[in-house]
Design a protein around this ligand. Structure first.
Ligand code: MN
Length: 236
């Protein structure tokens, strides 16, 4: 058998210090996983069950080893927002697993941006409509190279985002309402997790707008850095 059209390119992430690539299967994102961000979005940060949305795998924009990527300002928004997040890459199948086992299913970690059309998200929330057009657009998930899990044993890290040299977001991975292991365990009760799945684990407070020409630098202690340049919108 042959394909009637060429298969689409396989989305991927780079692996820090290696020439091999990590094939991306699915992209899951956790909503409101830091208390201060939940409050700034007008929500109650009580520990309710985590909720998830998805981006298509090809929303991933993989940063090279130097950490730099360029993404176009997306169409149909006047309020593109940055959300800096710890990204977890699954390396081993997980179905209905316990939190105590969850970290053994992790291949590695990265830092990414959950780019968001905040105006469309606000409109969708008001109408109780889905978030896809706010969250799941082209190039909405730039992400650094992955660091293998064994090389990042200490989750007591800072997470930060600077835009044009100004600090915008700052937090501690330890402040996740649902820590990585619990996010993986909980999600694995609802869907099969497979090698290639990546999970954006939520953003700390300080989300804000990006405009063409901005340069956003995302950092998590010990992980490869990510530099995202926002380009002019692509011609329609
Ligand atoms: Mn997010």
């Amino acid at each position: 058998m042959t394909w009637i059209l060429s298969p689409p390119p396989q989305p991927f992430l780079h692996v820090a210090g290696q020439s091999t690539l990590f094939a991306v299967r699915r992209v899951w994102c956790v909503g409101r996983n830091y208390a201060a961000h939940a409050r700034e979005m007008g929500a109650d940060p009580e520990r309710e069950p985590p909720f998830f949305f998805a981006k298509p795998a090809d929303a991933i924009v993989p940063a090279l080893q130097d950490g730099a990527v360029t993404v176009p300002y997306p169409p149909q928004t006047a309020n593109l927002h940055h959300e800096v997040e710890l990204v977890v890459a699954i390396g081993k199948s997980a179905r209905n697993i316990a939190a105590g086992q969850a970290l053994t299913h992790v291949f590695g970690y990265a830092v990414g941006l959950d780019l968001t059309r905040r105006d469309l998200q606000a409109a969708a929330k008001k109408l109780a409509q889905p978030w896809e057009m706010a969250k799941s657009f082209d190039a909405s998930a730039p992400c650094s190279a992955l660091l293998p899990a064994a090389e990042w044993p200490d989750h007591a890290a800072r997470i930060e985002l600077d835009v044009n040299g100004q600090r915008r977001q700052e937090g501690a991975i330890a402040d996740l309402i649902w820590p990585v292991a619990e996010v993986i365990a909980y999600l694995s009760r609802f869907v099969a997790l497979e090698p290639g799945d990546v999970i954006f684990t939520g953003t700390p407070e300080g989300v804000g707008p990006l405009v063409p020409g901005d340069v956003a630098v995302a950092c998590i202690t010990g992980l490869p850095e990510l530099t995202v340049r926002i380009a002019a919108p692509e011609a329609a």
